[in-house]
Design a protein. Structure first.
Length: 100
């Protein structure tokens, strides 16, 4: 949890609420107000935050998926020795059916 908070510190430090006023009606004395959250860090911080979020969101899960897809045929080949099917056919079937 502490690591997540450290990675998200730019979000907490450089976020603010912007207020936009529109549809001002002087006769009825009404104003429509829109509040919106904005994230406006300096460019160096924004670049670092983008790189860290890309690694955390795409690179680490992609590495896990690649590891899993590569390790499954080896696992099947290892355990196919006690099976009736040949290990080569089990690996080919897995690759054909389950690889994206």
């Amino acid at each position: 949890m502490a690591l997540v908070m450290i990675m998200l510190w730019p979000l907490f430090a450089y976020s603010q609420v912007s207020t936009l006023y529109f549809n001002v009606n002087i006769t009825q004395r009404t104003v429509n107000v829109l509040r919106k959250c904005t994230f406006m860090p300096p460019s160096e911080i924004e670049l670092g935050f983008g790189i860290v979020s890309c690694i955390a969101s795409y690179a680490i899960p992609l590495g896990g998926m690649i590891y899993w897809y590569v390790s499954v045929p080896f696992f099947l080949r290892k355990h196919a020795s006690s099976s009736l099917a040949s290990s080569k056919y089990v690996s080919i079937l897995h690759t054909f059916c389950y690889e994206p």
